[in-house]
Design a protein around this ligand. Structure first.
Ligand code: MD6
Ligand code: FE
Length: 215
């Protein structure tokens, strides 16, 4: 048997959650080291911080951004902006390894030519969660969303187009990439409270990179 012959075993497994929503298992693993190095540089320039929702709640998830636009929230609302509200400076540029990963994942899921201009970096510590929501601050909904999971596994809630639909629970592990677009672009989604654990890449935390075409 030739161990190097069967390429199919290297290919990320592809799971379709609903029409337009695909999980690419382990898709980011080949780029793990490069991603973590680039992430360290982004976070050094624009530190992770807890933002406040328009309703006045401090988010349990800490966040930062890279790319031309960053997603922010404060008492006035949710929006994308070209500068970091803490420093007043532009967000760090999007590392090439991020841009390429997002483009390749989108294409593998059936969305060609994805050109993200915003990458939201989310840090989950144990207990951090994200309640069910739709991503609808972007200007047009033709582009998909690409979401990369790193570190501790999380339970992702994948719902429908109406909040009332009971969401499916999907485990997302280190290196998994989830892509949603087309008929799934406005589906409700969220993350259950992160469980304690220890991961070789991130310690006791989960990091999520979410790529969007914001403008
Ligand atoms: C995640 N994040 O962290 C998914 N959406 O796995 C999101 O869905 C998200 O963190 C809109 C705004 C901020 C987010
Ligand atoms: Fe979201």
């Amino acid at each position: 048997m030739n161990l190097f012959e069967d390429l199919s075993q290297c290919q990320a497994r592809r799971e379709e959650l609903s029409r337009g929503a695909v999980v690419l298992r382990a898709f980011a693993l080949p780029d793990e080291a490069e991603i973590l190095t680039a992430l360290g540089e982004v976070v050094a320039e624009a530190p992770l911080r807890h933002m406040v929702t328009p309703g006045g709640f401090r988010m349990s998830v800490a966040l930062t951004n890279c790319g031309s636009y960053g997603w922010v929230t404060d008492h006035t609302g949710y929006r994308y902006q070209p500068t970091d509200p803490d420093s007043g400076k532009p967000w760090p540029r999007m590392p090439d390894v991020f841009r390429k990963l997002a483009r390749d994942a989108a294409a593998t899921a059936g969305f060609e030519n994805f050109g993200p201009d915003a990458c939201l970096v989310n840090l989950y510590e144990p207990g951090a969660r994200l309640s069910l929501h739709q991503d609808k601050n972007e200007r047009d909904f033709n582009a998909p969303i690409v979401s990369v999971s790193l570190g501790l596994p999380a339970v992702f809630m994948w719902g429908g187009l109406r909040r009332q639909e009971r969401p499916a629970r999907v485990q997302l592990a280190h290196g998994d990439v989830m892509v949603w677009g087309g008929p799934a672009r406005l589906c409700f989604h969220g993350v259950l409270p992160l469980a304690d654990g220890c991961h070789h890449a991130t310690g006791g935390r989960r990091i999520n990179l979410t790529f969007r075409k914001a403008a």
